[in-house]
Every structure is written in structure tokens, then in C-alpha cells.
Design a protein around this ligand. Structure first.
Ligand SMILES: [Zn+2]
Length: 289
């Protein structure tokens, strides 16, 4: 993490790099714990095969068969506490955008960019205090983004270091974040599915983060690539394609003008390669060791 911190300090003065986490809008998979999907009981005796008859009248039992839910697929990432990349065998990436500090970037770019590029789904990690502020500036924008298929994840309230918070402080911030988002999207039951620690920093011991992930039914998500940076952890960034884009990447961006430049080129490269740009919920994550 030393490299990360150094880069962050240089480039952003502290705010930019953070990692956050978000959660999906439609079809909330997290509020009720494990989604209810009918699973065949492996111990049950298989029903007898229907015997063909001359007159194929439907069996009375056919009308009483349970109907499988169609709108609530099982969460493929349920139970994963930490992750920083997705399945490298799938031609898809998760674009994550953090902080949401600069309103001018939202006003003059991000809103239009997301409207005009519906194939780009992103997971947003705004700091909580910015959620109502952005709502006041752009009424209805959070609902619009969720309705469009983007997701919102937890990234603290004030961008303070989570590794220095007590577990109870962290719990309170998550609850407050849920309340703030729930208020602007009109869903008091809103619960984040994703969380990103500020600066991606869990401190020396992830135990309390693990407990909180299990308790809230969320996954702490870092990233595998920072396309606006030149190097990090052996990866190449700064638009040095093809090395800056891999299947299964979780790409970190921030709401700032330099990232607007890189994000637009990242999207172009994804399209050129036929790589889908999906939310975290649409990606099968690799548990982080
Ligand atoms: Zn951040």
C-alpha cells in the first residue's frame, strides 16, 4: 500500500484514490439476506416421468407446480468479504467511480456521459455527505442513476480513514450512508451491497472489516487497475493499453477532470475489444486473499 499512498498524496491530496463500494438499485439482492430462489431438494424422490397418452391432457399436478421467481437471481458474490478483481475469464470489467467531490465534473460531464452511453454501467462510491448535496444540485439524479442500472456503494461519510475508526463508528457510518441514500432515492430500505475503504486501507488487521461485511451482508471492494495512474502493484496504467485493461478488472476512477479523460478512453478501448462494462453485482468476483 506504500505505493498507493504515495501516488494518492501526489495526485490527489488525499481524496482521490479512495476505494469505495456501492450497491445496486433495482432488484436489491441484499436487503433480505439470501435471495429466495427455489432450489431442488437433492434428497427428494424424482417425480415419475409423464407417460405419453393418446390424448395429451395436461396433468392436474402441472398447474400446482411452484413458479420459480424470475426477477431475483441468486447473488453470485454472497458471502465474499473482500475482493479486488472479477473473474479473469469473462470479457467484462467493473468501472467504479469514487468520492463525487467536484460538482462541476458532474454537471458538465458525468450526467450527460452516462445518459449518452447506456452500455456503460458503473458502480459509484460517493462520500455520504455529498449524496444530499448532489441531490440538491441535481434533483432526482440518484434515482435516475439507479434506474439506469448503476449502483451506489459505501465510501464513508466524510472520507476519513476507516482503518482508524472503531467498529462502532464504522457501523454508524454505514447506517447513516444507507439513510442518506435511502432518502434521496425514496427507499427507506436501501442497503448498500458494496463498500470501499477510504484509500483502500484496512489497516493492519482486516478482522473488524470482515465482521462488519458479514454483519451488513456487504463486500469490501478494492481495485485491480487505476487507468489514470502510471503504475501500481505491477500493473500498467495511464492508457498504456493493452496492459491497462484485463478481463475481470475492477477499474478505479474519481469524479475529477483528469479521470474524465481516461474514462472516456477506457470505455473506447472496452468497446473496441468487446469487453462489457458492468456493475459489481453483474460480475463474478474473485475473493481477495
Ligand atoms: Zn475516496
Amino acid at each position: 500500500m506504500r505505493t498507493v499512498r504515495r501516488l494518492e498524496g501526489l495526485a490527489l491530496g488525499g481524496i482521490l484514490l479512495a476505494l469505495g463500494a456501492c450497491r445496486p438499485a433495482a432488484g436489491d439482492l441484499t436487503t433480505g439476506g439470501t435471495p429466495t430462489v427455489a432450489v431442488p431438494d437433492p434428497t427428494a424422490t424424482p417425480p415419475p416421468l409423464p407417460t405419453p397418452t393418446v390424448s395429451p391432457t395436461p396433468s392436474p399436478s402441472a398447474t400446482t407446480m411452484p413458479i420459480l421467481p424470475t426477477a431475483t437471481p441468486a447473488d453470485p458474490n454472497a458471502g465474499i468479504l473482500f475482493a479486488e478483481q472479477g473473474d479473469p475469464n469473462e470479457p467484462q470489467v467493473a468501472i467504479t467511480i469514487d468520492d463525487f467531490i467536484y460538482s462541476d465534473v458532474i454537471q458538465y460531464w458525468l450526467i450527460d456521459f452516462l445518459r449518452q452511453n447506456p452500455d456503460v454501467k458503473v458502480t459509484m462510491f460517493p462520500v455520504g455527505k455529498r449524496v444530499p448535496e448532489i441531490e440538491a444540485q441535481f434533483p432526482g439524479i440518484w434515482r435516475e442513476w439507479l434506474a439506469a442500472g448503476h449502483e451506489i456503494g459505501f465510501h464513508s461519510i466524510n472520507h476519513e480513514r476507516m482503518d482508524l475508526m472503531t467498529p462502532d463508528q464504522l457501523r454508524a457510518e454505514i447506517a447513516e450512508f444507507n439513510r442518506l441514500v435511502g432518502e434521496v432515492v425514496g427507499d427507506a430500505n436501501f442497503r448498500v451491497r458494496w463498500a470501499r475503504a477510504t484509500y483502500g486501507n484496512y489497516g493492519g488487521d482486516r478482522t473488524s472489516f470482515a465482521h462488519i461485511a458479514a454483519e451488513f451482508g456487504l463486500t469490501w471492494v478494492r481495485w485491480s487497475v487505476i487507468p489514470s495512474h502510471s503504475s501500481y502493484a505491477g500493473h500498467l496504467y495511464g492508457m498504456q493499453f493493452p496492459d491497462a485493461l484485463h478481463n475481470g478488472d475492477i477499474a478505479l476512477f474519481h469524479v475529477r477532470w483528469i479521470d474524465q479523460y481516461w474514462l472516456e478512453r477506457y470505455v473506447e478501448e472496452c468497446r473496441r475489444r468487446g469487453v462489457r462494462m458492468v456493475t459489481l453485482s453483474q460480475m463474478r468476483l474473485v475473493p481477495e486473499e
